[in-house]
Design a protein around this ligand. Structure first.
Ligand code: IPM
Ligand code: MG
Length: 368
């Protein structure tokens, strides 16, 4: 297969973790006989440094010509980076939000899975960790508070900030459909998360999700308030299958879900539009404090590349080969520092990528 992938290395640890994901993709290319071309694109801090803005028209144009885009994390330390002296709409994060909107990437999938080998890294009580968990957060990504009008002005002599939270029924409907479709291929459960006891947008959310459910009666639908969900995630994570939620709640809950997997460095994500196009990135940030040290965990980015093979290219076997390789590497005891525990073998970013590559060939040989 001939594939064209856009690559945004990003800021902080971004270039280091993306390099490992590309190494793994090159191995997949060789072993499974594909031909991938890589187009380098700029976004975030690197784009500000090179072009003065966090996202150029050129990047959007080039990204649209790719089948999918693989991205490292973007942004820097708000307390020390010059990027944060700029107006908010010229900062690195603004570039990412604009990219999501321009490419209509409304469906953000964030799987959170506890590898049996990483039970020790899970901060939850042993009896909870022992049950394991496997959930998929489906976060609406192009609406809500993130994209409403905002302002800070003096009203009646008082400095006042406003952020508008808008949801249209069609925006809720299309993400709900995605969540039900995904649940059908998993354990058939959707938990829709809102704040219906306070917000009008949540009342519309619940109404539309309930309507969409009538086409998916084989899937079990439950509604949950977001504050309760935050609690249930640490109390009983095994109960969740698909979590469907709006943009801001999804941002917060997905960080929580990632932390209980042992490290935010384990969690991939896919941001998809109506068709097969997707932007794939680790859920974690750019970790400027450890950038350049070669110790970052590349697994989230490598898993994001696997998601790209699955969702954009329909290459299920190749995606599964990467996932199996990662499971094997963890089973064999290799750990980057963020998931290190007693008696395990500590490796750096590059070594982790190498160990995963080695096991891809092994999986391939076993398949034959
Ligand atoms: C994420 C990030 C972004 C978000 C930031 C960088 C704007 O936290 O992808 O979860 O809030 O969506
Ligand atoms: Mg976030």
């Amino acid at each position: 297969m001939q594939l064209k992938i856009g690559v945004i290395k990003g800021d902080g640890i971004g270039p280091e973790i993306v390099a490992e994901a590309i190494k793994v993709l090159r191995r997949i290319e060789q072993v499974y006989n594909h031909n991938i071309t890589y187009e380098s694109l700029l976004l975030g801090g690197a784009s500000i440094d090179a072009c003065g803005v966090p996202l150029t028209e050129e990047t959007v144009f080039q990204a649209k010509k790719c089948d999918g885009v693989l991205m490292g994390s973007i942004g820097g330390d708000p307390n020390s980076s010059a990027w944060y002296q700029l107006e908010p709409d010229r900062r690195p994060e603004a570039g990412l939000l604009k990219m999501r909107k321009e490419l209509n990437l409304f469906a953000n999938l964030r799987p959170a899975f506890l590898y049996p080998a990483l039970k020790n890294a899970c901060p939850l009580r042993e009896e909870i960790a022992n049950q394991g968990f496997d959930m998929m957060i489906v976060r609406e990504l192009t609406g809500g508070l993130y994209f409403g009008k905002r302002s800070t002005e003096v009203i009646n002599g008082v400095l006042t900030a406003k952020d508008e939270l808008i949801y249209q029924e069609n925006e809720i409907r299309r993400i709900a459909i995605r969540a039900f479709e995904i649940a059908r291929k998993r354990r058939g459960k959707v938990c829709s998360v809102d704040k219906v006891n306070v917000l009008d947008s949540s009342r519309l959310w619940r109404k539309i999700v309930t309507e969409v459910h009538s086409d998916y009666l084989d899937v079990v639908l439950e509604h949950m308030l977001v504050d309760n969900c935050a609690m249930q995630l640490v109390k009983n994570p095994a109960d969740f299958d698909v979590i469907l939620t709006e943009n801001m709640f999804g941002d917060i809950l997905s960080d929580e879900a990632s932390m209980i997997t042992g490290s935010i460095g384990m969690l991939p994500s896919a941001s998809l539009n109506e068709s097969k196009f997707g932007l794939y990135e680790p859920s974690g940030g750019s970790a400027p404090d450890i950038a350049g040290l070669g110790i970052a965990n590349p697994i989230a980015t490598i898993l994001s590349a696997a998601m790209m093979l699955r969702y954009t290219f329909d290459l299920e076997q190749e995606a599964a080969a990467i996932e199996t390789a990662i499971t094997e590497v963890l089973k064999a005891g290799y750990r980057t520092i963020d998931i290190m525990s007693e008696e395990k073998i500590q490796v750096n970013t590059v070594q982790m990528g190498d160990e995963i590559c080695k096991r891809i060939e092994k999986t391939y040989r076993m398949e034959r």
